[in-house]
Ligand binder design. Sequence first.
Ligand SMILES: CC(=O)N[C@H]1[C@H]([C@H](O)[C@H](O)CO)O[C@](OP(=O)(O)OC[C@H]2O[C@@H](n3ccc(N)nc3=O)[C@H](O)[C@@H]2O)(C(=O)O)C[C@@H]1O
Ligand SMILES: CC(=O)N[C@@H]1[C@@H](O)[C@H](O[C@@H]2O[C@H](CO)[C@H](O)[C@H](O)[C@H]2O)[C@@H](CO)O[C@H]1O
Length: 334
Amino acid sequence: MTSKSRWKFLAMLALVLVVVMVWYSISREDRYIELFYFPISEKKEPCFQGEAERQAAKIFGNHSREQPIFLQLKDYFWVKTPSAYELPFGTKGSEDLLLRVLAITSYSVPESIQSLQCRRCVVVGNGHRLRNSSLGSIINKYDVVIRLNNAPVAGYEGDVGSKTTIRLFYPESAHFDPKIENNPDTLLVLVAFKAMDFHWIETILSDKKRVRKGFWKQPPLIWDVNPKQIRILNPFFMEIAADKLLNLPIQQPRKIKQKPTTGLLAITLALHLCDLVHIAGFGYPDAYNKKQTIHYYEQITLKSMAGSGHNVSQEAIAIKRMLEMGAVKNLTYF
Ligand SMILES: CC(=O)N[C@H]1[C@H]([C@H](O)[C@H](O)CO)O[C@](OP(=O)(O)OC[C@H]2O[C@@H](n3ccc(N)nc3=O)[C@H](O)[C@@H]2O)(C(=O)O)C[C@@H]1O
Ligand SMILES: CC(=O)N[C@@H]1[C@@H](O)[C@H](O[C@@H]2O[C@H](CO)[C@H](O)[C@H](O)[C@H]2O)[C@@H](CO)O[C@H]1O
C-alpha cells in the first residue's frame, strides 16, 4: 500500500468510526436525554420568583394568572359568575350542584404554599418511566408535589417519593383508600368532567344517598376524607390546556369529547401556581409498542386508553415544546 492510499484507508476508517458513534448515540437517545435532563440530586434547583409566570404568559397569555386556582363560593353565590362552557371546560349548567359542593368545601391555597418566597413544584405523572428511577428522595424535596388519580406511593417510595401536596382526581380515578396514598394535609382536588362528579362529592361529604349510575367506572361509595382537604379545580385550566396546548375545539359535539389528560392539566395548573415546574413520569410508548406497560404500578397497556378522548402524540408535542422553551424541566427521559 502506498502512503497515499494508506492515508485514504485511515480517513475512511475514521469516517466509519464517527458514523458508528453517531448512530450509537442516536439509538441510545433515551439515555442521552435522560442524562441531559437529570438534575443535580443534592442541590436544590435555583428558583426564580415569577419565572413560571413569565413562561405561562408566553403559552397561555398574561390574563390567565388572574384566575383563581380553586372555585370559590362567593363567585357563584353573590356574583353568579357566568361561564361560557359546560363541563369539563366551564361550569355552565352545573351551577346549582356546584353551589351545594362549594358550600361544604374550602377554596384557600394553604398558608404553607402561600408563604413560600419561591414555589418549587414537581408534577409526577403515572408513567412507567418512574419505575426503578430512584427519584423518590429528589421528588420529596420539592415544596409542592402534585400527583394524579389513584397513583400509589405506598410501596413505591424509592421511585416516586412519599410527599403529596396536591392530588388531582375525578370520581372514577379516586383511590378507594385515600388515607394510605396521601398525607393528612394533601389537597384532594376534584377535576369535574360532568355534573354527576359534583353530585358524587356532595353525597360523600354530606353522607347523602349514593348514586351508582352515571359513571363510566364505579367510584368509591365510602370515601374516608376530611372535607377540609377537598378543593374544586377551576375548569379554566382544562379550557386553556385544551385550547392553548392542544388546539382542541372547546365546544364539541356531544359524542366526540376530546380532552387533555389529567397530567397535562396538572402541568398547566403548576405553571400558574408555581415559580419553578419540573415533571417526572410523563411519556407514553409509541403506538406500535402494544406490549409496553404504561404505569409504574400496574400492568396495563395503551389499549386501555382507547375511547378515553386523549391524543397522546399531540400531548407529547405540547410537552416537548414546553421542555424546549424551558417552561418545564424533566426529571425522567422524554
Ligand atoms: C382506562 C382509562 O380511562 N384510563 C385513564 C386513566 C384512569 O382513569 C386513571 O388512571 C384511574 O384509573 O387516567 C388518565 O391518566 P393516568 O392515571 O393513566 O395517568 C396520569 C397522567 O400521567 C401521564 N402519563 C401516564 C402514563 C404514561 N405512560 N405517560 C404519561 O404521560 C398522563 O399525563 C396522565 O394524565 C388521566 O386521568 O389522564 C388517562 C387514562 O386514559
Ligand atoms: C361519555 C363517557 O363517559 N366516556 C368515558 C370517558 O370519559 C372515559 O375516559 C376517561 O374520562 C376521565 C374523566 O371521567 C378522564 O378524562 C380520563 O383521562 C379518561 O380516560 C373512558 C375511559 O375508558 O370511558 C368512556 O366511556
